[in-house]
Design a protein around this ligand. Structure first.
Ligand code: BES
Ligand code: MN
Ligand code: ZN
Length: 501
């Protein structure tokens, strides 16, 4: 991976090194308090062309020899409303993106409306760090672009944020940076190919999180057989990779208080099984563990920032492959809950994995609620594209909280319906239920109905992240295939509603 920039905070009145980034308001107005040379240069840059200080628009100028700052970049902050947390994240992303090639960057966290709060400055810093993320560990450098060329694309190695209260901003950034570590971990896991991130390798990376204070437990195939998790095991049986169920616990809340629980689909590769997928684009199915990666990243974030909450993360790790022992269409399996399932399509495997993971989680931990994340259906991409995850829930309050957290973080969710009519579409012919609805109609909803059969009336929400965990267009704060979607969203949900103050 590309080196992470160092982030430090300094007082506003200190002249910073390297490229200077200034934040402009309406009509390109600059904050006061700049030294005269910088101010006149920035004013000149800002008067060029049509710079009106519009949010995320930029102008830049090179300074004459001998100045402290070799370059000045002005970023607009003027939107329709006051900037939100996500806007500051984007501004940080633009700052890092537009200064690639500079070694050091100083971002002056002040607009004509005054200095940024510690929280907002921390989001600017996080945006810059997330923008700098690159998954390049398999680029050997052989036969590559000239080193010089490459350097121009590198994010700055040092980012200084000039703020009104460096101590407060440093404290706020410690928390934001822990969440950032979780996002980066989730991105790494999703970007890794399946020959490297095997089920067992994935489980050992999760085990290593104990270093951050998480309690980790790993169930192997025999343990899952004892628990009668035949829905999950049926998916795994066509692959030489053994399945794993990983349980992470973060006990930061009141002792004995019911935990919040997060469950993830961790299909490290989805060939479709005997109902095999077409060849074109199948490589993307290395990301079919994106839901689980968000759960792992979230647990890392909670531990990193010592969240005052009891939280459980459960991920089911399997490969959906195809060999002589693979599950067939028509096979009937009995889930841990006792429900019997006709497997009519072996490519509808995520719901089979989650059936046992969800049942196990509610049965063992009696959580306040469960949120599961899964790259569950192609149909959710047809419905919502890459800009919202599908939200399905049996609980209005949890839905509203997730929706609000989505708007605050920019990891947006859109609620979709559940209902008896849809539940009927998964009635089985030879068993209790079948693993697909009839035909192509309501594909994401019937998948959610299937999951609901395994939540036992616990408040629950399912996030279908097939369109958002990977392959979304590059953004101000993510240039990588994997996005880490879900980590910031769920961290925010917890911070806003489930932490002791
Ligand atoms: N992992 C896929 C869903 C998916 C598709 C994720 C595209 C990311 C991008 C899932 O296991 C799957 O194959 N779903 C089927 C369900 C169908 C067989 C009912 C689908 O969406 O086609
Ligand atoms: Mn599938
Ligand atoms: Zn899948």
């Amino acid at each position: 991976m590309a080196a992470k920039p160092s982030v430090t905070f300094s007082p506003l009145d200190e002249a910073g090194e390297g490229t200077l980034v200034l934040l402009a308001g309406a009509e390109g107005a600059l904050p006061g308090g700049l030294n005269e040379a910088t101010a006149s240069l920035a004013r000149r840059a800002a008067s060029v062309g049509k710079f009106k200080g519009k949010s995320l628009s930029t102008v830049e100028a090179t300074t004459p020899e001998g100045e402290t700052n070799d370059r000045v970049l002005v970023i607009g902050t003027k939107g329709d409303a006051a900037p939100t947390g996500e806007d500051w994240l984007k501004i940080g992303g633009v700052a890092a993106g537009k200064t690639s090639g500079s070694k050091a960057v100083t971002i002056r966290c002040e607009t004509p409306d005054g200095p940024l709060s510690a929280q907002d400055a921390a989001q600017v810093a996080l945006g810059a760090v997330l923008r700098a993320y690159k998954f390049d560990r398999y680029k050997s450098g052989k036969g590559e672009k000239a080193a010089e060329e490459k350097e121009k694309e590198e994010a700055p190695s040092s980012i200084v944020l000039a703020v009104s209260d460096p101590q407060a901003a440093t404290a706020a950034y410690e928390i934001a940076a822990a969440v950032g570590e979780g996002v980066v971990l989730a991105r790494d896991l999703v970007n890794e190919p399946a020959n490297i991130l095997t089920t067992t390798e994935y489980a050992s990376r999760i085990e290593a999180l104990a270093e951050h204070g998480l309690e980790v437990e790993i169930l192997d195939e025999a343990a899952m057989r004892d628990l009668k998790m035949h829905a999950l095991l049926g998916v795994a049986q066509g692959s030489p990779m053994p399945p794993r169920l990983c349980i992470m616990r973060w006990n930061g809340g009141t002792k004995g208080e019911a935990p919040v629980a997060f469950v993830g689909k961790g299909v490290i590769f989805d060939t479709g099984g005997i109902s095999i997928k077409p060849a074109a684009g199948m490589e993307d199915m290395k990301g079919d563990m994106g839901g689980s990666a968000a759960v792992v990243g979230l647990m890392r974030a909670l531990a990193g920032r010592k969240a005052k909450v009891n939280a459980i993360g459960v991920v089911g790790l399997v490969e959906n492959a195809v060999d002589g022992n693979a599950q067939r269409p028509g096979d009937i399996v009995t889930a841990m809950s006792g429900t019997t399932i006709e497997v009519l399509n072996t490519d509808a495997e995520g719901r089979l994995v989650l059936a046992d993971a969800l049942w196990y989680t509610q049965d063992r931990f009696k959580p306040k609620f469960m949120v599961n994340l899964a790259t569950l259906t192609g149909a959710i991409i047809v419905a919502l594209g890459n800009h919202h995850a599908g939200l399905f829930s049996n609980d209005d309050e949890l839905s509203q909280r997730l929706t609000a957290a989505g708007l605050a973080t920019g990891e947006k969710v859109w609620r979709m319906p559940l209902g008896k009519e849809y539940d009927k579409m998964i009635e089985g012919k030879f068993a209790d239920i079948r693993n697909i609805g009839g035909g192509r109609a309501a594909g994401s909803i019937t998948a959610a109905q299937f999951l609901q059969r395994f939540v036992n009336d616990v408040p629950w929400a399912h996030l279908d992240v097939a369109g958002t965990a990977m392959g979304s267009p590059a953004s101000e704060y993510n240039q990588s295939w994997a996005s880490g979607f879900g980590v910031r969203l769920l961290d925010r949900l917890i911070a806003d509603h489930y932490e002791a103050k």
